[in-house]
Design a protein around this ligand. Structure first.
Ligand code: ADP
Length: 259
């Protein structure tokens, strides 16, 4: 009864898009969008053509994180042009509604919005389309897993049990719909005091690595809790763009190597 329906037959690819990678989490607020954005920029930094799709219909955050606003231009009355920020093409429902307008939509509307953002957007030729998923295991995840061939999913979690529990559910959902899990990233993995250098494991440490081991998936890397990540992320200038030679950018690039 509690099994996700499987897709029937082959899923049509998105023309011009070579691979679609989902960045997902069980819980909200663990840094999934921040990770998706910085991974996308790290991939673009390798010379790859990258798109970033905001599948979080109820809480789109890519416009803010990428420092983008304005309406995507329509091409022929039907196709929307993505906006470009930091060398990455971006589409989000947030470009189409005011920031404080709630999306009061039922599941089928969410499904069709995601379909349109995949297929009615002039993505052009992309090496990787990174999809920032909403948290959890709902309509958006199922639509994506069933309607397009996903190359894989990256799961983001903080180290504490409550986040890992939900991460495990997300991971099992992808497995059930035959989407390869590329691995788990531990975000907010530890905190180093900028004044004294003392390290605190605010949400614990190493939980995601241990969980990856238990679940038989790769551990992709850890990103510390750092005010610079928060400030750059919320300011629309992701850390990979603002401090490309710093330790955080290197960590995101190392994770991007595994994607
Ligand atoms: P999610 O997509 O999981 O809801 P976000 O990426 O929106 O999470 O992050 C939630 C908040 O935490 C944002 O304000 C973001 O700037 C901040 N944040 C995310 N990762 C880090 C980090 N490693 N260090 C500091 N702040 C972070």
């Amino acid at each position: 009864a509690n099994s996700a329906p499987r897709a029937a037959g082959p899923k049509p690819a998105v023309p011009g898009v070579r691979a679609i990678v989902a960045v997902a989490s069980g819980k909200g607020g663990v840094g999934k969008s921040t990770t998706a954005v910085n991974l996308a920029l790290a991939l673009a930094g390798r010379g790859l053509r990258i798109g970033l799709l905001d599948a979080d219909i109820y809480g789109p955050s890519l416009p803010r994180l990428m420092g983008l606003s304005g309406r995507p231009p329509a091409r022929d009355g039907r196709t929307l042009e993505p906006l470009t920020g930091h060398g990455v093409k971006v589409m989000s429902i947030g470009f189409l509604v005011a920031e404080d307008t709630p999306m009061i939509w039922r599941g089928p509307m969410v499904q069709s919005a995601i379909q349109q953002m995949l297929r009615d957007v002039a993505w052009g030729e992309l090496d990787v389309l990174v999809v920032d998923m909403p948290p959890g295991t709902g309509d958006a995840q199922l639509t994506l897993a069933q309607q397009v061939p996903l190359a894989g999913a990256v799961i983001v979690s903080t180290p504490q049990d409550i986040a890992l529990l939900d991460a495990r559910k997300g991971l099992n959902m992808f497995r059930r719909v035959d989407v390869p899990v590329l691995g788990i990233v531990e975000n907010m993995s530890y905190f180093c005091c900028p004044n004294c250098g003392h390290r605190s494991d605010i949400f614990g440490h190493g939980g995601a690595r241990a969980e990856a081991g238990r679940l038989g998936v790769d551990f992709l890397g850890e990103i510390p809790l750092d005010i610079a990540i928060r400030e750059t992320s919320d300011g629309g200038t992701p850390i990979v763009a603002t401090d490309p030679d710093g330790a955080h950018a290197r960590a995101y690039r190392a994770i991007a190597e595994t994607v």
